[in-house]
Write a new protein. Structure first.
Lengths: 400, 253
């Protein structure tokens, strides 16, 4: 029997029992679809987080006030007082570091914004003129905070604030009341979508000194430092730490982290999660494989007379075994393909339902699912096929 | 080994062959030579001798009816002749070759090329069309599709089944089904046809047609062995082998 004939014979056998074949294909396809959809979900979550961090700018060094101690108890810490404040001057000093391109002092708080009788809670971000570029944000209208006037009573508002308080009317030049102060709106930020923990559409950006005065504080929430390029990131981190240490009387009372470290951690955690989810989904593939075996055993019993006939017509054991193996392989391959399409459709539905989540199944998961489906199908097809090949011809023929 | 057409009356060999074995082999006269064949089935703790010390020789081109009551061993004999079953003792020579010692795959090859089976219940594959059922032996032999369809078309013509080629078995009458089965049995041009109650599932008239078909094939030179318990059918054969309790009780015209 030539391979083409074996395949054709097997496919005729598969199509000869449509209900059985459909159920089989369904079971296999659910397994494959589960792997595809769940890994799409897991990998989508990973990509989402990674993208969010990347949108912060990948050359960033983040300075936090205070020291997160990981080196065990240090006697020096015991006599240190509370950490010194991070100040706007610290941020300015950092711009002089050779590896640093720009810095953005940052202070954050919440307040109420009112305009024309409408009132809204807003997140107030005190920032410098470089903040826009550093965060890779876009302006929809107007201009950003002026560098030359650090104490001007001006505000740049998020897209959501614009639409909530001003509607279709342009906000540029209007006076917006925030807390008990009045600000002239000079710019509107472009639509940015959901950000990590902070929605850039719902913020009001004020000059950092004004925001500090408003919240009655001298310290900064963060200093964002952008390195000149990716290669200088590590240098920028070292220089930042040196400068701040020098400015804080030799005390290392700040924490400097790079974007990369945070990113890598999230990447690893969520990557592991995706593998785990894929493993759980693979169980359904194993179940489908056992189902293949079951169905093929039934097929052998059902077609005992036919097997006897094939033997009488001079089919060798191998020919019969191959025909049944080919049938199992065809069923699993069809199931795998249908499952792949179902999975992709499911991932598409996920993306449609949650546009912010890039739920694309990773290539490795798709390939692994298809290969596992085929291998389990074949593996579990071997036993029934061997049983068919070993049937006694006389007994098989007498069964009808 | 091509089968030869016998012009004269078939040569009948009776009784144990004894020292004549090697002679028979070298002469190649007999198509089938069974010597001291025994087949024992174990049912529970009792042994049933389905065939006991059977000697039989059948020449090429013969028309033999194997008859006897049920349980007499005639079906077992047919299965042995068709290499579907193995004797517990004895030697089976087919066309001078000892086929009992062949491997399973070699026996499959002999079945494919030299033996055609016709069954009482037709044994057609229900999901395949008449043409595909007839093509099965060619497919198993790995004959290329073009040659296959040429031979199937010709066979369909010869058997008057041309307009039934694309019908599945459930769309055919009993007589047509058996004709498809016979067409399948002959498409490899075997040396012999083994028919097990070929008319058992057919009415009188249709059965008659099928027997005529088989007889015409025999007239064309194919050795025909038919198991039947129908005396009228057996009477048509040129030679009758009567079986009882595993023994051959009579053999002759």
């Amino acid at each position: 029997m030539t391979p083409t004939d074996t395949l054709r014979f097997a496919s005729r056998a598969a199509t000869g029992y449509p209900l059985r074949t459909a159920l089989m294909v369904l079971a296999m396809s659910i397994g494959v679809a589960a792997v595809v959809v769940l890994t799409a979900l897991g990998d989508g979550a990973r990509r989402y987080v990674v993208n969010e961090f990347a949108s912060l700018g990948s050359n960033l060094v983040i300075v936090l006030p205070g020291r997160s101690e990981t080196g065990g108890f240090n006697p020096a810490n015991a006599i240190t007082e509370t950490p010194r404040d991070l100040t706007v001057e610290d941020a300015q000093a950092l711009t002089r570091a050779p590896a640093v391109l720009r810095t953005a002092p940052l202070t954050v708080g919440t307040s109420e914004a009112t305009y024309g009788g409408k009132l809204r809670d807003v997140t107030v971000v005190g920032a410098g003129a470089d903040y826009l570029k550093l965060r890779r944000m876009e302006l929809a209208q107007g201009r950003f905070l002026p560098a030359e006037e650090p104490n001007a009573a001006v505000a740049v508002i998020g897209a959501k604030i614009q639409s909530d308080l001003f509607g279709i009317e342009s906000a540029i030049g209007r006076i917006l009341r925030i807390g008990d102060r009045r600000f002239r709106v000079i710019g509107v930020l472009g639509q940015s979508g959901q950000g990590l923990g902070m929605n850039a559409d719902e913020i009001v950006v004020l000059p950092v000194a004004v925001a500090q005065a408003m919240f009655n504080t001298n310290t900064l929430f963060r200093i964002l430092v952008e390195a000149k390029n990716r290669a200088l990131l590590e240098q920028a981190k070292v220089q930042t730490l040196e400068i701040l240490k020098a400015r804080h009387d030799g005390e290392e009372d700040v924490t400097v982290i790079t974007q990369d470290a945070v990113l890598a951690t999230f990447d690893r955690i969520l990557g592991t999660l995706t593998y785990g989810v894929a493993g759980i989904a693979a169980i359904s593939l194993a179940v489908a494989g056992i189902l293949v075996m079951n169905v093929m055993l039934v097929a052998v019993t059902q077609r005992t007379g036919e097997i006897g006939l094939l033997k009488a017509l001079g089919a060798e054991g191998a020919a019969i075994r191959n025909a049944f193996l080919a049938e199992a392989a065809l069923l699993s391959a069809t199931g795998a393909i249908v499952g792949y399409l179902l999975g992709q459709a499911g991932a598409f539905a996920l993306r449609t339902a949650m546009p912010t989540l890039p739920a694309y199944p990773p290539d490795w998961a798709v390939i692994a699912a298809l290969v596992t489906a085929l291998v389990t199908g074949l593996l579990f097809g071997v036993m029934p096929a061997r049983r068919a090949a070993r049937l006694d011809a006389v007994q098989a023929l007498s069964k009808r | 080994m091509v089968h030869k057409k016998h012009a004269g009356p078939p040569q009948v060999l009776l009784g144990p062959l004894g020292g004549g074995l090697s002679e028979a082999r070298s002469s190649g006269g007999a198509l089938i030579e069974l010597t001291g064949i025994e087949r024992v089935f174990t049912l529970g703790d009792s042994e049933v001798h389905a065939l006991a010390t059977l000697d039989l020789a059948i020449d090429s081109g013969e028309y033999v009816a194997i008859m006897g009551p049920s349980g007499s061993g005639k079906s077992t004999l047919l299965n042995l002749l068709g290499l579907l079953d193995h004797p517990n003792a004895g030697v089976y020579r087919l066309e001078g070759r000892d086929v009992t010692t062949l491997s399973a795959d070699e026996q499959a090859r002999v079945r494919r090329e030299r033996i055609g089976f016709v069954f009482q219940s037709f044994h057609l594959v229900p999901r395949l069309t008449a043409a595909e059922n007839i093509a099965l032996p060619l497919m198993l032999a790995g004959i290329d599709p073009a040659e296959r369809s040429r031979r199937v078309d010709k066979t369909l013509q010869d058997f008057g089944l041309a307009n039934r080629a694309d019908h599945r078995p459930d769309q055919l009458s009993g007589g047509q089904r058996q004709r498809v089965a016979i067409a399948r049995a002959t498409i490899m041009r075997p040396a012999m046809i083994l028919a097990d109650e070929p008319t058992g599932n057919l009415d009188r008239a249709t059965g008659e047609e099928v027997v005529h078909l088989l007889e015409s094939l025999n007239a064309g030179g194919v050795t025909l062995l038919m198991v039947t318990h129908d005396a009228a059918l057996g009477a048509r054969a040129r030679r009758r082998v009567m079986m009882e309790d595993g023994y051959k009780v009579s053999d002759g015209a």
